[in-house]
Structures are given as structure tokens and as C-alpha cells.
Design a protein around this ligand. Sequence first.
Ligand code: FAD
Length: 527
Amino acid sequence: MLVSFPGQNNMLVLRSFMILFFSCITIKINLCFPSIPSSLKTLSIDGHFDFEQVEHAAKDFGNRYSYLPLAVLYPKSVSDVATTVNHVWQIGGGSELKVAARGHGHSLQGQAQAHRGVVINMESLQGLKMQVHTGNFPYVDVSGGELWINILRQSLKHGLAPKSWTDYLHLTVGGTLSNAGISGQAFRHGPQISNVYQLEVVTGKGEVVNCSEKQNSDLFYSVLGGLGQFGIITRARISLEPAPEMVKWIRMVYTDFATFTRDQEKLISGQSTFDYVEGFVIINRTGLLNNWRSSFNPQDPLQASQFKSDGRRLFCLELAKYFNHEDMVLVNQEIKTSLSQLNHIPSTLFISEVPYMEFLDRVHISEIKLRSRGLWEVPHPWLNLFIPKSKIHSFAQEVFGNILTDTSSGPILIYPVNKSKWDNRTSVVIPEEDVFYLVAFLSSAVPSSTGNDGLEQILIRNKRILDYCEIAGLGVKQYLPHFSTQGEWKSHFGPHWEAFIRRKSTYDPSAILAPGQRIFQKPIAYS
Ligand code: FAD
């Protein structure tokens, strides 16, 4: 059936006729479908295909979606990726053979999976040597399948490190650059996609293209935040800065949301003393401050021991200041001055001092603990939202004050970022305001629970939050998005929809020639 969408322009209508034309070919090729794996076997590559052991490629961190591929490619070279994608392109969009790059498989809703398609295991490409370049504008050249933790280890050998991070480092370069890559440093440096000089990309036709702000810039910006839709990142040049030795890691609590956000917004504006600004919400928890890792020392132990969190809604500001040992005295003074301008509850000021590496790799420590208790590989119905600054109070009132009764199913992060640090030429979709918040509901579902901590209840709660945002017209955008229908994707992209379609048809044309709706269903991948 020919699918048409309201508001289609002439180009799309024309393309729809092409879909009709090509759908005839689809039928023909579909009859030959079983021969596709054997045609892959004829490809001359350095790595190999696995057609048998493919179950792991049908899993991800979200633990909720599972699409079995026909084959997994373990590429040893960029040309293996190009040969395979080119082969799929030659077969044509009508074959319905999808290709998905898989980084570390930490997607939440099958984004790196390919139902009856080919998954490319990008971590096999790690053999490409990581190269750190020192000098005035230091950078590192890495494989698209490289883990950020390895980049940190390698660049630290040169006293350098990337500027912008995610909270968890056991993710690949290709995986985070396909989304945005955000953490507490983003207010100053922008997301990871704002800290890339150059990419090498295999397009949907299987062409290997170098791109940057100056060279093939449309492809460069398409791929950044492009949800893996326009090409496979096989190499990236990432900007570095001098790495500090140590980090002052600070937490303090607020009971008043307006005071909390006012301080957060002050901290991300202008010349902030701090290098990292995040925060989280606590609802209905007891013994909170005692549960923080032992390295968090209360500034006033007596007063801290008298603080009672029981049952209240609390907002915890989390800050970090980087330093080297020789600057210790100066840094302590700077921190003291900055903290004196904040309005937290004085008795809740906790300071920890940890090596830079330990600070950045902090979530891995939790991972090890959760794994040992069998709590890592559970369903993760996460919901990540970008909320315009002007709407954050309405959002908080309804969601933290009404919809949520506790935060026992996982952390809820909340922190503002500056839009000026996001390049509007990339594919990522963000709100229109100069400052917007990331609010991340990082839930873990207790298997087979029917209570508040069970999958079903968490999904109902997520839906209530999304429905509220929609009805209240908050202009919220989803981060790490997942939608089921073309209409939802169109609404997500909003005014950027036409650009998305144009880029898709330029860099992955076989997909656009396939029946319209398919490319936007999960997993969104090459056709
Ligand atoms: P995958 O899940 O393997 O892939 C993700 C997407 O990218 C898929 O669409 C895939 O096809 C595509 N892709 C993968 N590799 C390539 C490539 N080389 N070229 C083109 N496309 C590719 N995100 C943040 O921004 N900030 C955080 O602080 C943060 N914390 C997290 C903490 C945890 C514990 C987890 C599990 C996730 C976190 N995330 C965070 C989300 C994370 O950034 C995304 O889920 C990311 O996509 C995972 O990377 P991955 O290597 O596992 O990618």
C-alpha cells in the first residue's frame, strides 16, 4: 500500500511513486530472501560473519526489546564495513535487509538491533590504533567502536583527556555520538557531539567519506546526533584538554525546588568556578546522607547527623571542581567563596576528594556492585527528557509533586545546560530555549514485581509523565528517543523533519525508497 503523509512536499510525493515502483521489486527480492545470508558469505572481508551465534546481538541494556538478526559482522577493517553496507545497497531497499551498527549495546529500546538483518559489531574495529596528538589543539583519533573508558586511559598517558563526557564510560564513541553524549560538563563544553573535529563515515551506499565542519559538512552534522541513520562512524577525531589530577566532588541538599534550580542556573552561567554541574531528586527516602559513599565527608559532622530526610522531597546539587595538587590551597579558597553564594541547607554540605579517573568512572563502581547482586541485567524502562527552562517549575510541580511518590526504582537526574554550546546543524533535537534541563528517570524494574518497582507500573508512570508534558504543551523533547509511528517521529523532529528526510534520502537512499513507514519503526536502521 502506498503510504502518504499530511504535509508531504512534491519531492516526497514523487518519492512515494518510486516506493510504489520499488515495492514491486520488493516482492521479487523477498522471494529470494533466504539467499541473502549466502550472498553475504561470498563477500571478501578481513573479519568474519557469524550466522549461528547471534542471540547476544538481540539484547541490550534496556532488556525489553529483542530482535534476532540473520548475521553479525565482526569487521576487522573499515573496508569490511563498507563492503557489507555496499552489498546491502546493491541488493536494494526492497530487500528489507536492515543493517545496524552495534556499539556496546547499551541502548534501551533495540536501537542497535536489526530484525532479520545484519548487525555490525563495531567493537571489533578496535584494532585501529588510537593516536593522541599533543600541541595547542590536542586531539585523539579513535575507532568508532572504541570505548570511552579506553580513550580516557590512553589520553591520560599524555596528561590529556576529552572535555565532555557521559556519566558512564563503558559506551562506544559511535554509540554516544549518534545521540549527543551529555553529562555535568555539557554546560561548559556542550555535549560530546560539540567536541568532535572530524569523522570517517561509511554511508548507506557503502562509500567511505571523511567529513568535518569544512569538508562534507552536511554529512558531518547529519551523523552527529543522527541515531545511526545516515552512516556508520568508523573513526572520530575528538578534542582533548589537559587532564587534572584530582576532583573535589561536592553534594548539598535543598528542600525548595525554586532555590535549587536558581543555584543550578547561576552555576552554569558565565564564569562558573565548577567544572561539572548535575543534580538529582530524592522522594520518600530515609537515611539518605548516610548512604553516600564513605568518601563524602560532611563539612559539619554534628549538624549533618541531625539532618532528617525522612519522607521529604529533596533536591541534591552535585558539583565537581578539577585541580592539581599544587593548586590545592587556591582551589579550596575558590570553592569556599563560590559555595558561600549558594542557598543549600548548610548542614547538608558534603565534600569528597577523588582522583580524576575515579570520578569519571564512578558509575562503573555501581555497575560492579549491581552485577554482583544480579541487579544489572534487569529491564531498564528509562525516560530521558529535555525540558525548556521556562517550563521546569510546572514540570516539577506535577511530576515530582504528584505523579511520583518515591524514587526507589532508580535515580532521577536533573540539570540545566546552555543551548549555545549545542550546534544547531547537528541532527539532535532539543528545545528552543537558551537553557534547557535534562531530566533522566533511570529506572530499574524488579523482575516479576507487580508493585511500584515492577516494569508495568514504571511504564504506566512514564506514560503519565509523557501525557502530562503533551497536554500541558511544555515543548519537551525526548533524549535517546524511541517511537513506533511515523507521526510520532515527525512530531519529535518538528521543523527539522524535512531536513531529516532530505539527509536520509541523500546518505541512505535505499531506505527512503522502501515502504515509507518502515524506516522509522524500531529498530531504525538501514534498509
Ligand atoms: P549502542 O547501544 O550499541 O548503539 C546506540 C545507537 O547508535 C544505535 O542506534 C546504533 O545503531 C548506533 N551506533 C552505534 N555505533 C555506531 C557507529 N559506530 N556509527 C553509527 N551509529 C552507531 N547517555 C548520555 O548522553 N549521558 C549519560 O550520562 C549516559 N549515561 C548512561 C549510563 C548507562 C549505565 C547507560 C546504559 C547508558 C547511558 N547513556 C548516557 C546512554 C548512552 O549514551 C546511549 O545508550 C548510547 O547509545 C550507548 O552507547 P553504545 O556504545 O552502547 O551504543
